[in-house]
Design a protein around this ligand. Structure first.
Ligand SMILES: Nc1ncnc2c1ncn2[C@@H]1O[C@H](COP(=O)(O)OP(=O)(O)OP(=O)(O)O)[C@@H](O)[C@H]1O
Ligand SMILES: [Mg+2]
Length: 310
């Protein structure tokens, strides 16, 4: 659906993007993750045909971004990281304006506007002025705008930035709906956890270089890491005995004690940790809590950007 080959962008004294090659399949929700200045916006603007690469090329729905920009524009919906102010324009007029720009017939536009307003939960605001909307609503309106021409591919540059926690959740719900509609989505963020529960693939970019890309689970496999199980014992007195018992187990690589709390480390390849529970209870050591500390995308990101990847 999106095929990027050797994309490089040089500005006067920075290489914003270095030889980027990756593909995004139809129906993928691809999380494009990287810290400030990594080159996310540069990539997205190149794909949206707004910036020309120094070298390399890309295709979206088999259209070449360099030679067929008009076709590309038709199949993509681009949501920029900042959007302009439209004074004296009502919500529906704003959407109608973009619908007209995409040459959608006037009679069809009405229904489309109703649909996108409903999807983005802005139906009640249709006659409000754009400038009077809250930031979260403006952001949703901006997303509504990118949907007017029913594009197959969405390029969303940090759609949840600057939103409060509640508005972020609403934006996330909205993005899930787009996934359910079968859209292919490239969404950037520097906050990994924001993307973790609805992206199936991710790419991690730093200083213009793609450090890792692929299925979230495959990227986790690349990481030399450990699973940590956190246990609280009923009695702190049992901790030394629990330590000795567990450290003797072949699957356990480390045990740390802090009062009645134990942190037990096992290799990332160990997929069943119930033996820890069993070893303790059969020795008469009582447990009040047993939980695994989750390895989340944030951890993956920290490890990969610290060069811990194989
Ligand atoms: N028009 C420009 N002229 C010169 N340098 C630029 C230009 N646009 C971007 N850059 C540089 O390219 C690099 C990548 O910037 P880019 O905006 O793509 O990063 P980003 O990953 O989107 O960052 P952020 O998370 O802050 O949005 C940065 O070093 C930036 O300073
Ligand atoms: Mg950016």
């Amino acid at each position: 659906m999106i095929a990027i080959k050797g994309l490089t962008k040089e500005y006067k004294n920075v290489t914003a993007l270095r030889d980027l090659t990756m593909t995004i399949a139809q129906g993928d929700i691809f999380g494009y993750i990287g810290p400030n200045g990594a080159g996310k916006t540069t990539t997205i603007k190149i794909l949206a045909t707004l910036v020309k690469p120094t070298s390399g090329h890309a295709e979206i729905c088999n259209y070449n971004i360099l030679t067929q920009p008009d076709d590309v524009k038709r199949v993509i919906g681009y949501m920029p990281d900042f959007f302009g102010v439209y004074d004296d324009m009502k919500v529906w007029e704003y959407l109608d304006f973009f619908g007209a720009a995409y040459k959608i017939e006037k009679t069809k536009r009405r229904k489309i506007i109703d649909d996108v307003l409903e999807l983005t939960d802005l139906g009640e605001k249709r006659n409000d002025f754009v400038e009077a909307l809250s930031r979260g609503m403006k952001q949703r309106l901006c997303l509504a705008k990118t949907l007017v021409h029913d594009p197959q591919v969405l390029l969303l540059d940090e759609p949840a930035s600057g939103l409060d926690p509640r508005a972020r959740i609403e934006m996330r719900e909205l993005l899930k709906e787009l996934r359910n509609l079968g859209k292919t989505v490239l969404i950037s963020s520097h906050i990994l956890t924001e993307l973790s529960d609805f992206c199936n693939t991710i790419g991690i970019l730093e200083k213009g270089e793609l450090l890792a890309a692929g299925e979230v689970s495959a990227i986790m496999d690349q990481i030399k890491g450990a699973r940590i199980v956190e246990i609280t014992l009923r009695q702190a007195d049992d901790a030394p005995r629990a330590h000795d018992l567990l450290i003797a187990h072949p699957e356990v690589t480390a045990v740390e004690i802090d009062g009645a709390d134990l942190q037990v480390e096992v290799p990332i390849t160990c997929d069943d940790v119930s033996f820890i529970n069993e070893a303790l209870t059969t020795s008469g050591i009582r447990i009040t809590s047993f939980r695994e500390s989750e390895i989340d995308l944030e951890d993956i990101f920290m490890k990969i950007t610290k060069g811990a990847v194989q």
